[in-house]
Write a protein that binds this ligand. Structure first.
Ligand code: ADP
Length: 401
């Protein structure tokens, strides 16, 4: 069975085609700068050991034009010769906000479309392009079952104590203001991988997952159920990120408006795009920040201190929420590739049973690696995430049901 995964953003469409018999990637690519004068498409098709790459620099007027071209390439000789894309049984769509309605991936019908639309106020930047991707995919792949996989779904098990903000209760009842959490697909995937690696069922495991990419979030997972997560109603809350502030005093916007005359739009931009690592030291790329700090740049060193301190604080908080800890799991760009960050996040936490091994941590092997010392009570793991594969697996599971 071939499954196509689509991640449709405001100006780009990422896609990956899987042969689910062995979870092999047949083709993948991205259309970028949709709607701009100069766009680009990169398409790669894989065979056993061979790869065909197509790069097109041209404008893509809209999502429809982009997806039509993707459809042509997937059905074209480059892909077909290497495994065949002809029968796409299903398309799995990444949908950012499923609100409180969706705890699981769902076959898309009119009602599901309507609910994704109703959730636009909760994710104004993400849900509209997600919807557009679904509409276009329905037209271009009419024979395929369309499935929505939600970023928020994994966190729907949060207890009210963890998801409710201390605001007038009507805001929750009438407007669904609450913590939702994001990166759910990734948190769920690395938990399952860790459980398989540790040869222990999820039931009985207390896990903290650290998804540290450009966006970053942590989750506390008990018996396979998420019980808390750092992002909130939107993906702005929680950890320090590449360009996002994470948690700040909720009164900060009043100060910015009153004393610096900033508009709501200015404040939004400041917190989402000009803060985080970039706000403190000028770069949101962790590689640069670490290099700068090593070269003696004081701001970069401060940015790292703030970034790491926030993570450590949540490790402590989640160890308390979970009433103990069995494993700590690092994933995503920074989590998988930055031993320095992992080391500093774990240092001095022996009282929680966390004992990293310097040499194991320093290496960066592909696949899952265990970076805790042999006698560490808490296993510390690096588990590469694969959100596309997880969306494909979930899509297959739904359509087989
Ligand atoms: P996204 O949230 O965009 O999916 P990724 O998970 O790809 O992000 O993570 C991007 C981040 O990972 C960037 O900040 C990048 O600097 C960081 N990163 C990638 N490789 C390394 C590395 N070798 N060392 C430190 N940071 C890295």
């Amino acid at each position: 069975m071939n499954i196509l995964v689509i991640n449709s953003g405001s100006s780009s469409i990422k896609y990956q085609l899987f042969d689910m018999s062995d979870e092999r990637t047949l083709a993948e690519g991205v259309v970028e700068k949709i709607g701009e004068q100069t766009g680009a498409l990169t398409h790669e098709a894989y065979g056993s050991g061979e790869k065909a790459e197509i790069v097109e620099e041209r404008a893509f007027r809209d999502h429809h034009e982009g997806l039509v071209r993707i459809g042509e390439l997937l059905g074209g000789p480059e892909t077909a010769a290497l495994g065949g894309a002809a029968d796409i049984a299903a398309v799995g769509h990444r949908v950012v906000h499923g609100g409180e309605t969706f705890q699981d991936p769902t076959i898309i019908d009119d009602r599901v479309m309507e609910v994704i639309r109703e959730n636009i106020p909760l994710a104004p930047l993400h849900n509209p392009p997600n919807l557009l991707g679904i509409e276009v995919a329905m037209a271009i792949f009419p024979g395929a079952t369309q499935v929505a996989v939600f970023d928020t779904a994994f966190h729907q098990t949060l207890p009210m104590a963890a998801f409710l903000y201390a605001l007038p209760f009507e805001l929750y009842e009438k407007h669904r203001v609450r913590r939702y959490g994001f990166h759910g697909t990734s948190h769920a995937y690395v938990c399952e991988r860790a459980s398989a690696y540790l040869k222990r069922p999820l039931d009985g495991l207390r896990l903290i997952t650290l998804h540290l990419g450009n966006g970053a979030s942590m989750a506390a997972v008990k018996n396979g159920k998420c019980i808390d997560t750092t992002m909130g109603m939107t993906p702005l809350g929680g950890l320090v990120m590449g360009t996002r502030s994470g948690d700040v005093d909720p009164a900060l916007p009043f100060f910015l408006a009153d004393h610096l005359n900033m508009s709501l739009g200015d404040i939004d931009r400041l917190l989402n795009r000009e803060s985080g690592l970039k706000g403190i030291c000028g770069s949101n790329d962790m590689r640069d920040v670490i290099d700068m700090a090593e070269a003696g740049n004081e701001r970069a060193a401060i940015a790292l201190d703030v970034y790491i301190y926030r993570i450590r604080k949540f490790i402590g908080a989640y160890a308390a929420a979970l009433e103990g800890l069995d494993a700590l799991i690092f994933t995503a760009g920074v989590g998988e590739n930055a031993p320095y960050i992992r080391r500093r996040c774990c240092e001095g936490l022996a009282h929680l049973g966390i004992a990293p091994d310097r040499a194991r941590n320093a290496g960066n092997k592909p696949g899952i690696s265990e970076i805790s010392a042999g006698d560490s009570r808490v296993k510390v793991l690096v588990v590469p995430t694969d959100e596309e594969l997880r969306i494909a697996q979930e899509t297959e599971r739904v359509i087989r049901k």
